[in-house]
Design a protein around this ligand. Structure first.
Ligand SMILES: [Zn+2]
Length: 289
């Protein structure tokens, strides 16, 4: 993915506190939480995950690492720059799309955190993965999630990381369009299974909107490089509910799906990135997802 030198957003808040991942080898509570959730979801031992996350011997030989914290700090600077740039890109694309429809886009804030953070939706945790809180219109990301994606799911590539941000921004777009309110009020008289089915449609629409962003970002700034789309599709496959549940339990429970199967996530992301049209993302009106 080509992004360096593009505009960076000012709408990023840094709530990571001192130390944390910037210190290189330190393992914070957040790391432990993500290790626990990873071992829960993927059936691997927490200590394995911890050594993966802390760059221990399970991931690569220490001899390949430059000594001292400088390398880690520099990597983090680059990652923060990347997040700012991707967020700015979503701002530019969605501002344009809203304007073309006679509307004004109010950009969300993206909050970087480590461990836990206070949100209008309650306490946010590393373990919940990246999320969007409609109450304060913020996207929350603990960057250690990217390490997990890379080391545990072997999902690599910056475009796959950008897709994660674009998906959360997709939820903000749904909020701006009034779709979240509609879903919330419709859900009041629904059973748990019906609510989950509704949530799947909301999630798949966010995947499709992430695709719409990528289509326009690529048209305006030629961000895509060879292999990028495959990388994002791998991410969508790896984090589909069926894939997660299979790894956790050895079988799938369709009723408790809240994000959609891997195939569905891939399909809707493709739909968005090939059409570039918001109206092609109407997951609420199709019979078959
Ligand atoms: Zn989502």
């Amino acid at each position: 993915m080509k992004w360096e030198g593009n505009r960076e957003s000012d709408n990023v808040e840094d709530d990571r506190g001192g130390g944390g991942f910037g210190g290189g080898r330190s393992i914070g509570l957040g790391t432990i939480a993500i290790a626990l959730v990873a071992s829960y979801f993927f059936g691997i031992s927490p200590t394995t995950v911890l050594s993966l996350l802390s760059g221990g011997p399970a991931s690569q030989p220490q001899s390949q690492q430059a000594p001292g914290p400088n390398r880690a700090v520099r990597a983090e600077d680059r990652q923060t720059k990347f997040v700012r740039t991707v967020l700015a890109d979503t701002e530019d694309v969605w501002t344009q799309i809203f304007r073309a429809n006679g509307k004004t886009y109010a950009a969300p804030t993206l909050k970087l955190f480590s461990g836990t953070t206070q949100t209008a939706c309650g306490t946010g945790q590393t373990a919940s993965g990246p999320f969007y809180c409609p109450g304060d219109r913020k996207v929350y990301i603990d960057l250690s999630f990217y390490q997990l994606m890379q080391q545990r799911f072997h999902v690599s590539g910056e475009f796959a990381q950008a897709y994660v941000i674009a998906h959360e921004v997709g939820h903000h777009v749904q909020n701006m369009m009034g779709i979240m309110d509609k879903v919330n009020s419709a859900e009041r008289q629904m059973s748990k299974a019906q609510k989950n089915a509704m949530s799947v449609r909301l999630e798949l629409q966010a995947d499709c909107l992430a695709g719409v962003w990528a289509f326009h970002a690529n048209q305006a700034r030629s961000i895509l490089e060879q292999g990028d789309i495959e990388g994002a599709l791998n991410a969508a496959t790896a984090i589909g509910d069926d894939a997660l549940q299979k790894q956790a339990q050895g079988y799938v429970v369709p009723d408790s799906f809240t994000h959609g199967t891997s195939a569905q996530r891939v399909r809707w992301f493709k739909q968005g990135i090939s059409s570039g049209e918001v109206k092609s993302c109407n997951t609420f009106e199709v019979k078959t997802l």
